[in-house]
Design a protein around this ligand. Structure first.
Ligand SMILES: *Cc1c(COP(=O)(O)O)cnc(C)c1O
Length: 338
């Protein structure tokens, strides 16, 4: 039994999901004739109460497209220092859109409306024009933390007052919706654009969707093509997404429960210094100074348990669809006797 907790992206499509994929009705999506892609886009647009949605091969491309739609070269986007768009998209913000990031020193990947206000550049020609605020829910490097919705609304107000776009990187928004008992619609009402991933907790092999208002999304098709993200019979992939929306959202609560139990176990171990607060499916912890990180990871690897280092002395475990009850039992037991 191999226990892979490096990420919730390691899941493989289940038999039933594969069945749904094989039975998909497909067409050439470049001609917009793939009915399964069209159905998925329509379904997600409706969930968020937005007029427009577009299927993407990756969350990175969906985010990068959003950045491009909101900005011109030389502009600036406000985001957290932990933001995926800043840390894990290969410098795409500057490469693709020629923009810079104004980083906020937030708390667990989240910040306040006041901090946004302070980060907006004054209106003078020698500043980079601030155009966009980007937040991440749940915040990945923040340990899967969930935003307080009131703060999200306060930031919307700041965006309105300063004519800024507002983008949500919702790669793991599903986890936040389940944990906080929130709806997609309430997020759709607030943000101009939202990217969501089907390939994280929802267990699809591929796929992300960008939703947004008509005016901003009218160029999304072109930008996706410029980025090389046009696909042909992509309905086979979209079918996995439709299946996941029907079957894999509510069960995320199980991943959260397991992550919290892992956190409780870790916090009782003398070799662990701290465990960050756990709200969803991500567990981030630090080892005591006298424990060698590489040795610790190797010790687990020897027992067929895989986790990753996040640098700066932090380690990460992520629970997911393919992390079974039996694996959970074995992991908890293994940690207790480390
Ligand atoms: C995974 C992830 C993405 C997108 O990643 P891809 O691997 O390109 O699909 C975007 N934002 C966050 C916060 C993520 O965790």
């Amino acid at each position: 039994m191999i226990i892979d907790l490096r990420s919730d992206t390691v899941t493989k499509p289940s038999k039933d999901m594969l069945q749904a994929m094989m039975q998909a009705k497909v067409g050439d999506d470049v001609f917009r004739e793939d009915e399964t892609v069209n159905e998925l886009e329509k379904r997600i647009a409706t969930m968020f109460g937005k007029p427009s949605a577009l299927f993407f091969p990756s969350g990175t491309m969906a985010n990068q497209t959003a950045l491009k739609l909101h900005t011109n070269p030389g502009d600036q986007v406000i985001c957290d220092k932990y933001a995926h768009i800043y840390n894990y998209e290969s410098g795409g913000a500057s490469f693709n859109s020629g923009i810079s990031c104004k980083l906020i020193d937030g708390n667990q990947g989240m910040f306040t409306a006041e901090q946004v206000l302070e980060a907006i550049n004054p209106d003078a020609y020698y500043y980079s024009p601030t155009r966009l605020v980007e937040i991440e829910n749940t915040a990945n490097r923040g340990g899967g933390s969930c935003w307080n919705f009131d703060e999200i609304l306060k930031i919307r107000k700041v965006c309105d007052e300063h004519q800024l776009g507002y983008h949500l990187d919702g790669a793991r928004l599903w986890n936040a919706l389940v944990e906080k008992n929130e709806s997609a619609k309430q997020y759709g009402d607030v943000f101009d654009t939202i990217s969501i991933c089907l390939s994280k907790g929802l267990g699809c092999p591929v796929g992300s969707v960008l939703v947004g208002d008509e005016a901003i999304m009218k160029n999304a098709l072109r930008i996706r093509k410029v980025f090389g993200g046009n696909m042909r019979q992509a309905g086979f992939l979209a079918a996995a997404g439709l299946y996941a929306l029907d079957h894999n959202i509510n069960r995320l609560a199980e991943d959260h429960k397991k992550a919290k139990e892992i956190g409780e176990t870790l916090s009782k171990l003398s070799i662990i210094k701290t465990v960050e607060p756990i709200e969803t499916n991500i567990v981030i912890f630090k080892l005591n100074k006298d424990v060698n990180e590489k040795d610790f990871i190797q010790k687990l690897t020897d027992k067929k348990i895989h986790i990753i280092s996040m640098g700066t002395n932090k380690l990460r475990m992520v629970t997911h669809l393919d992390y079974t009850d039996a694996m959970h039992e074995k992991l908890i037991h293994t940690l207790q006797i480390l």
